[in-house]
Design a protein. Structure first.
Length: 412
């Protein structure tokens, strides 16, 4: 069977015979198209909901070689009206696993590594150093903010998508080229993020933020723009950095929005991470073992008084005022509060000691605490502050031995 591709030259049809063995034959007719570049591309997709499904489908059709998919959800019936990759019999299964299997059916050229968990805290930021572009298919500000800060820290472009009924927007954020997502946040946005981070009791309401009414048609439109801009970026074509492509399905119009850089933007103020890779895994390490690994590196730099800067605030201990007992904790605030504060002996609320820096030394009281207990995820990039020649400097240490496991599907 031979495929005929028909092109009009104005007078009639030119017939070009294309080998039906090449699934990319019609794409390769585009003069700037580079299928080999796409085959090598590494794209991280965060979120496997309505938008994520459309983004993933397009990436697979285009033959993008390496996808890293993150989502913490499972398939349910309500997804089926907006998610081309899921079937009724997938109910209850992890979205990332179902999506990965369907993508391999669509295009066996595509290798899909997956992570089932929360992108904001359960996945190490080393992943951002291993991808060319991040495509955000998220439904809440807290996750967008976390992705934005990480992308800025490691210099990775990300393309955010958002939906609301027949309206949607695809925004392109390129480090060092104009506004980022955080620049667009208002005080009200920060309030919503803080509610989500700080008050577990309020989470169900905060999560309602994500329950926008959406249609598969809007998801298709926005996801198509997101992937198209990613393809342009991968080819080195200009993309609208710091801008948003706004689509209004009611007025059948699109417009390009330009965002202003905000002078007090935290993402912009972050230093670009300079990472030292350590051949270590998060699951194997205690605080003391981590310190032992980095101590020679710090000594060589003349760095003194090192302290771990955890991504999440830690509770180091609880003090019960009634029992006058102090109990070491060393866990993230959110993992313990508020229930953990109650004294198991007398029922009195205990006072937490909160740490935003954990001093590191050979005789640290936290030496035996596993890094996992501190909320350090696989492939984490740990920040360590130290004094160098009288000034504070931040060092970045990646637990790089977690990468082969996380990305195993890329080597199959
Ligand atoms: Zn910014
Ligand atoms: Zn007590």
């Amino acid at each position: 069977m031979s495929d005929l591709i028909e092109l009009s030259d104005g007078d009639g049809l030119i017939e070009i015979s294309a080998p039906s063995a090449d699934r990319y034959a019609s794409l390769k007719l585009i003069d700037w198209w580079d299928q080999a570049r796409l085959r090598q591309a590494r794209v991280m997709v965060v979120g496997a909901g309505a938008l994520g499904n459309e983004v993933l489908k397009n990436l697979a059709l285009l033959g993008v070689g390496y996808i890293f998919l993150v989502d913490f959800d499972t398939v349910e019936a309500a997804n089926l009206s907006r998610s081309v990759l899921y079937r009724a019999e997938d109910a209850g299964k992890r979205k990332v696993e179902v999506a990965a299997a369907r993508l391999r059916e669509i295009n066996p050229d595509v290798r899909v590594a997956t992570f089932h968990g929360d992108v904001t805290q359960a996945l190490g930021q080393g992943i951002y150093r291993r991808v060319d572009v991040v495509i955000g298919c998220l439904d809440n500000r807290a996750a967008r903010l976390a992705v934005n800060r990480a992308c800025w820290r490691y210099g990775v472009t990300w393309i955010d998508g958002a939906l609301e009924v027949l309206m949607g927007i695809a925004r392109i954020f390129v480090p060092d080229q104009g506004a980022c997502y955080e620049c667009t946040m208002t005080e009200a946005d920060y309030d919503l993020v803080n509610v989500r981070y700080r008050c577990p009791m309020l989470r169900p309401e905060a999560l309602q933020e994500g329950r926008q009414p959406t249609t598969p048609t809007s998801a298709s439109l926005v996801a198509a723009w997101q992937v198209q801009e990613a393809v342009k970026l991968l080819h080195g074509l200009p993309v609208p950095a710091g801008k948003g492509i706004y689509i209004n399905g009611y007025t059948h119009s699109t417009s390009l929005l330009t965002y202003s850089e905000r002078p007090d933007c935290f993402s912009h103020a972050q230093p670009r991470a300079v990472v030292t890779e350590l051949p270590l895994r998060a699951a194997d390490l205690s605080v003391g073992a981590f310190y032992a690994a980095i101590a020679p590196i710090l000594a060589a730099e003349g760095a003194e008084q090192p302290a771990l800067l955890p991504e999440q605030e830690l509770i180091s201990r609880f003090d019960c005022p009634a029992c006058e007992v102090s109990t070491p904790v060393y866990r993230p605030y959110d993992a313990v509060m508020p229930d953990g504060a109650t004294c198991p002996v007398c029922g009195t609320p205990r006072l937490p000691s909160i740490l935003s820096r954990l001093p590191l030394s050979a005789n640290s009281p936290a030496a035996d605490v596993p890094l996992l207990q501190l909320g350090v995820p696989p492939l984490a990039v740990l920040q360590v502050a130290a004094r160098v020649a009288g000034a504070e400097r931040v060092f970045w240490f990646e637990l790089s031995a977690d990468a082969p496991d996380l990305l195993a599907a890329w080597s199959e």
